[in-house]
Ligand binder design. Structure first.
Ligand SMILES: Nc1nc2c(ncn2[C@@H]2O[C@H](COP(=O)(O)OP(=O)(O)OP(=O)(O)O)[C@@H](O)[C@H]2O)c(=O)[nH]1
Ligand SMILES: [Mg+2]
Length: 502
């Protein structure tokens, strides 16, 4: 039964859709969602995409641009006044002028790019592209909307007792054991429980464990809500079925859980997610591969949960409010420049396998899905390095200042200026082994490396941007745009935008 609130939400969304439809008739607009879990590469991806479109980058597979049909691209003020603007200028300055990676962002932002192009039939047209960057963690909150506090508590506790999570949850579990849900509400106890629960989530996200499935999303990225009651709750060990006794700790946690759903989760789906037309989901599959099979399975479960959001249209009352209109979803394994090109297809296969299983689990039907392994900014080049009689297909780049070879290595840290070559190892050709429920899976990208070294966490500086060729400058009509190398960014663009520019 739809509630009054549901009906109001729907009315609001419909009114918004009508306004967007009317303005879309004047000038077609595409809302492109860019998401992914923390550190998956969203900011770098959007910055590189915008830079390449603004300056006519080298994107041979992106047909509209490579055939010369895009006459001009420019930034314009965005339509939503209360969403922060994606700070393109600072990010590109960091990447190109300072050759450092942009700062982590952690909240939603938006940027409008307008493309003047010639249709395939020769007509002058304009396409408006609104790019929306939002944390993938927020998508993992969708299931909370139709889950009671007691169900959420039970599930979260069960998950926290599995695999590597058990150890990381020890302090929180110990505190939980001291709480009596039926006792009077107790703010200090709620604060401690929320803090220990958040620390557990943070520990799971640490690169050694690289867990992905960590709702509620705002606990790791509180933004403006840090310290508010809507974030001061945690699961409880509940034995009775409820309802929670009035005035109890249980009732307090239950109320805050509900506030989180109503004031945080719902508005995001209604105001942002439901308005997207196309979506790219960035996945740091290499981080999960390096952390081992538990992380990989966790990532797979998170991808299934993310995919589930896109088919929310077929589910219960959520249908009316959050029916997504997304018709294409691209899953992209990022940072492929950490691998030799011979392994790019293997990375793609692993992601394909992961999303295929996730799609089956989410019983997905609807939008077209594709996968790609890419590097929005390519920080390495390739070389063959001789080791004894072996010739190793390696990658060469400048490790970030302070990076070390191996965590406990006695060797000096890199200075941020000197190139280093590394052999990143090979991914398995058949991804099946990685997903075996009881198998060890993949042991990390470094086991077949030079032997004495552990390159696992080596990060490279952004590349030196080349100056463009004379032909590039002519086609871009630009004074001197620096060219940022990439891997398969053009393939991603072709899938995401190709049809709109026909
Ligand atoms: N080599 C390489 N590294 C990349 C690339 N994209 C991202 N990275 C690395 O990944 C880190 C995170 O990238 P961001 O674009 O900031 O990721 P994000 O998803 O916006 O992260 P949050 O804002 O923290 O959620 C960067 O600081 C880089 O170290 C890439 O194309 N190549
Ligand atoms: Mg970011």
């Amino acid at each position: 039964m739809p509630t009054l609130r549901t009906l109001l939400d729907e009315a609001r969304l419909t009114a918004q859709a009508l306004v967007e439809y009317a303005s879309g008739l004047v000038q077609p607009t595409v809302r492109l969602g860019v998401t992914g879990l923390t550190h998956s590469g969203k900011t770098v991806f959007i910055t590189a995409l915008v830079h390449n479109l603004l300056h006519g980058g080298r994107l041979p597979v992106f047909e509209a641009l490579s055939s010369g049909r895009i006459a001009r691209a420019r930034l314009e003020p965005q339509p939503d006044d209360v969403v922060p603007r994606f700070d393109y200028e600072s990010h590109i300055h960091a990447l190109v002028d300072e050759r450092r990676w942009p700062e982590s962002t952690r909240r939603i932002s938006e940027l409008r790019l307008v493309l003047d192009y010639q249709s395939t039939s020769g007509r002058a047209r304009t396409l408006t592209l609104d790019i929306v960057d939002y944390p993938g963690e927020w998508l993992l909150d969708l299931p909370l909307l139709d889950k009671s506090f007691s169900d959420w508590s039970a599930e979260t506790l069960k998950l926290s007792r599995q695999g590597p999570r058990q150890k990381l949850a020890a302090a929180w579990h110990a505190h939980l054991a001291t709480l009596r849900p039926e006792n009077a509400e107790d703010e200090p106890a709620a604060l401690t429980a929320a803090r220990l629960f958040t620390e557990y989530l943070k520990a799971c996200r640490d690169e050694r464990y690289a867990m992905s499935l960590l709702p509620p999303g705002r606990f790791l990225m509180p933004g403006d809500l840090a310290g508010s009651p809507a974030l001061t709750f945690a699961p409880l060990e509940l034995h009775g079925a409820g309802p929670a006794p009035a005035g109890s700790l249980w009732a307090m946690m239950d109320r805050r859980y509900d506030a989180y759903r109503q004031v945080v989760v719902k508005p995001f789906f209604r105001d942002h997610f439901a308005r997207l037309d196309r979506q790219i989901v960035l996945v740091d599959a290499l981080a999960a591969l390096n952390a081992g099979p538990a992380a990989l399975r966790d990532l797979e479960a998170a991808l299934a949960a993310i995919l589930d959001c896109f088919r929310a249209g077929r589910r219960s009352w959520l249908t009316t409010i959050f029916r997504p209109r997304i018709d294409r979803i691209l899953f992209a394994a990022t940072k492929a420049d950490h691998l030799h090109h011979a392994n790019h297809d293997r990375l793609e296969k692993i992601l394909a396998r992961m999303t295929e299983r996730a799609a089956i689990r989410a019983q997905f039907a609807g939008a077209e899905i594709d996968v790609v392994a890419l590097a929005a900014v390519r920080a390495t080049h390739e070389a063959t390095v001789a080791r004894g009689r072996e010739r190793l297909p390696s990658i060469v780049g400048i490790p970030i200042a302070g990076e070390r070879v191996g965590e406990k290595s006695s060797k000096d840290a890199f200075d941020g200026e000197t190139e280093a070559a590394m052999f990143p190892g090979d991914l398995p050709d058949d991804p099946a082994a990685l997903f075996a429920a009881d198998g060890d899976g993949f042991k990390g990208l470094t086991t077949s490396a030079a032997g004495e070294a552990d390159y696992r966490f080596l990060r490279f500086r952004p590349p030196r941007a080349d100056q463009p060729s004379a032909a590039d400058q002519r086609s871009a009509g630009d004074a001197n745009p620096p060219h940022l190398p990439h891997i398969r960014l053009d393939r991603a663009l072709q899938f995401l935008l190709g049809g709109y520019l026909a």
